[in-house]
Design a protein around this ligand. Sequence first.
Ligand code: URP
Ligand code: ZN
Ligand code: ZN
Length: 473
Amino acid sequence: MPTTFITGGTVVSATGRTAADILVDGERIAALLEPGSTVLGTDLARTADTVIDATGKYVVPGGIDAHTHMSMPFGGTTASDDFETGTRAAAWGGTTTIIDFAVQKFGERLQDSLATWHEMAAGQCAIDYGFHQIVGDVNDASLQALRGLPDEGITSYKLFMAYPGVFYSDDAQILRAMQTGASTGLMTMMHAENGPAIDVLVGQLLEQGKTDPYYHGIARAWQLEEEATHRAIMLADLTGAPLYVVHVSAKQAVAQVASARDRGRNVFGETCPQYLYLSLEEQLGAPGFEGAKWVCSTPLRSRAEHHQDHMWQALRTNDIQMVATDHCPFCMKGQKDMGVGDFSKIPNGIGSVEHRMDLMYQGVVEGRISLERWVEITSTTPARMFGLYGRKGVLAPGADADVVIYDPNGHTSIGLGKTHHMNMDHSAWEGFEIDGHVDTVLSRGKVVVDAGEYLGRKGDGRFVRRDPCQYLI
Ligand code: URP
Ligand code: ZN
Ligand code: ZN
């Protein structure tokens, strides 16, 4: 097996940092060694097949983005990144595993939707990938199919309290699915917004001629996120289902998650970079149709109401456990522009899969989270939450050699124009400057990104079967 020796760096984990060298043998980490040590008299810096000098840099476990939507059919169109382009962009940004959502549409057999997602991803991915299962049609057959998911290496499924007529489940369906999920050992993931109430507000706003992207954020009021989050928690409480609330954006929803956790419940919250950095006023409220770039659900929240600061605080205190992107990109031309004159027709989603590690590292630079917490929320907790820990999310002997060498003295400009690798005609992050840089990325031992060059190829990534959640209280 080819060996790689990563020397001179500071290895950072969720619990600490230390100067250490790393020996990679084939696809796995073979050893963490004191700097300068030899193995049976062998100087690895001279004998390894590849030597990577990480002096002055952080060596961290590859990022795990547990919420992506490659090629998702949504809002009358399809997310613009497929598994090839999206996972390559992820690799560029130091993410070495994604967990994407297989989408069961209304009327479709759950097993067929999973087979479709396998077909779309197989042989296309630059990095490893797993699946959650979206259940868009809760009925006897799909509940029966849910029971088979662990055998397929899938240990989580997602329901929507939003999007009536598309993916929406009513309370009765949620209750039944949670009962099945609880008895099957699945994590229930929830898009927690009150969809029927949102649809009433959307109709009223449009009738009043309020058609700009900004009103997407007004219709999807925080009260409707808080209410749905509370309801989901209560139904989970009743059924004993562990609950993971996706893309939490409102501080009031955070409080619901925190209060459930304070009561000892297996309730977890995910947020996304957009809810930490961007706002209703500045982005959704941008002049003209520009705000469409940032139409996503849950929506960006008001900076005047300080949701962003609360979210950073919640990340520090573990009221929110991890950060994923909810990567669901759409181009302005031909996709977002379907909603000119009617914000409800703008496909919902933002593309960030390439920037998550950098954006969260900027939180370290700005003193909002510690270096260790950065690793925890971007890699270690996602691994534990979704049954990958030991193989992923940690740099230890036996783990997959998914490694990022991050330069704290480097710089990353997410400039105007095409300075990213996602399949989009714009970026939601234009103008962001990051005081750090992803220098080198190894995916199961193979160097896929180095010194500004992509060295991997499609098909490098494999499907990863997942164990049940390793994060339960
Ligand atoms: O706006 C979003 N979040 N689009 C993707 C679908 C979802 O709700 O996660
Ligand atoms: Zn969602
Ligand atoms: Zn999503």
